[in-house]
Design a protein around this ligand. Structure first.
Ligand code: NAD
Ligand code: UDP
Length: 309
């Protein structure tokens, strides 16, 4: 198949492009390089089936494709809050442009949605049926509401125009090719530990997240696109749940060194807990479940960051 990956030079996008090429597909990676970088796809550049296009998803684009994966959007809180209006435009206009393309080409189209659609959840763990608890006017809203609106657009195009959609809600995922300055917690802690700097826990560190290693997630993406049982929304992630204090301590144990744990203020609207209910994914993805433990995944990610910092 010929497959378009928006956000293809980012952390998840570059790992996905590599996987799709391995599976024998032609891949077009479209990216404006806001948080992604050519370094992530440098090893794919010479591949006969790979093409990189520098373009912004806000502006329309035309390709003849069989599938579209829409991943373009900054994902780390400091990056999506850097220019919040642009973040909303990226989610909303990017979705409209991908859906318009899918409508014309009849391509199956995948939306990288997020656990952030559940906001600061009052139901735990979060099933897909939960509508969420999102502040519509806060600092995180540009991302949360942009992604929620994108889901709305996907389902309206599906109902109105029979567009063949797949909507996945990704929970915190980490691994090689995250940017050293990404700002998300796993890369921050590893980079700080490797540099011997203080490990910055925001708040008291009792808030939880569930961390999925990138390879497990990408396997879920590919299986989700291949199945026809559900269009989603479908949670994808690792249900193992950790406090930020536990993550800091495990990172320090694995990296070694002399970093101290320090506390900084908790950002506004920071969700207190998050864990996916993956019952649906386990049912429809042919026996899929995350295989890589946090300790093993952190080890692989630390090995990557050792080559970067
Ligand atoms: P990332 O920041 O590494 O990747 C995002 C990519 O999109 C970058 O390459 C960036 O340059 C590109 N991009 C941003 N705005 C663009 C625009 N207007 N036009 C074209 N390209 C643009 O982050 P990631 O972790 O790889 O996230 C990929 C997708 O997955 C995002 O949509 C994100 O919301 C979603 N997601 C990721 C996670 C996670 O834990 N990694 C969790 C939930 C959802
Ligand atoms: N966090 C932290 N120290 C950091 C970066 C993040 O304690 O250096 C916390 C953050 O406040 C949140 C959790 O780690 O509670 C996950 O943050 P991240 O930005 O990775 O993702 P998200 O909040 O979007 O899940």
């Amino acid at each position: 198949m010929r497959i378009l990956v928006t956000g293809g030079a980012g952390f998840l996008g570059s790992n996905l492009c590599e996987r799709l090429l391995k599976d024998g597909h032609e891949v077009v990676a479209l990216d404006n390089l806001f948080t992604g970088r050519k370094l992530n796809i440098a090893h794919l550049m010479g591949h006969a089936n790979f093409e990189f296009v520098r373009h912004d998803v806000i502006d329309p684009f035309k390709y003849e494709v069989d599938q579209i994966y829409n991943l373009a959007c900054p994902a780390s809180p400091p990056h999506y809050q850097y220019n919040p209006i642009k973040t909303i435009k990226t989610s909303v206009m990017g979705a409209i442009n991908c859906l318009g393309l899918a409508k014309r080409t009849k391509a199956r189209v995948f939306q990288a949605s997020t656990s952030e659609v559940y906001g600061d959840p009052q139901i735990h763990p979060q099933p897909e049926s939960y509508w969420g608890h999102v502040n519509p006017i806060g600092k995180r809203s540009c991302y949360d509401e942009g992604k929620r609106c994108a889901e709305t657009l996907f389902f309206d195009y599906h109902r109105e125009n029979k567009v063949d959609i797949r909507v996945i809600r990704i929970f915190n995922t980490y691994g090689p090719r995250m940017h050293e300055a990404d700002g998300r917690v796993v890369s921050n802690f590893i980079v700080q530990a490797l540099r011997g700097q203080d490990i910055t826990i925001y708040g008291d560190g009792s808030q939880t997240r569930s961390f999925c290693y990138v390879d497990d997630l990408i396997e879920g993406f590919v299986r989700f696109m291949a199945q026809t049982e559900t269009v989603g929304p479908m949670n994808c992630g690792n249900p193992g749940e950790f406090t930020m204090r536990e993550l800091a301590e495990l990172t320090l144990k694995l990296v070694g060194g002399k970093s101290k744990i320090v506390h900084q203020p908790l950002p506004a609207d920071d969700p207190k807990q998050r864990r996916p209910d993956i019952t649906l994914a386990q049912k429809v993805l042919g026996g899929w479940e995350p295989k890589i433990s946090l300790e093993e995944g952190l080890g692989r990610t630390i090995a990557y960051f050792k080559t970067r910092v």
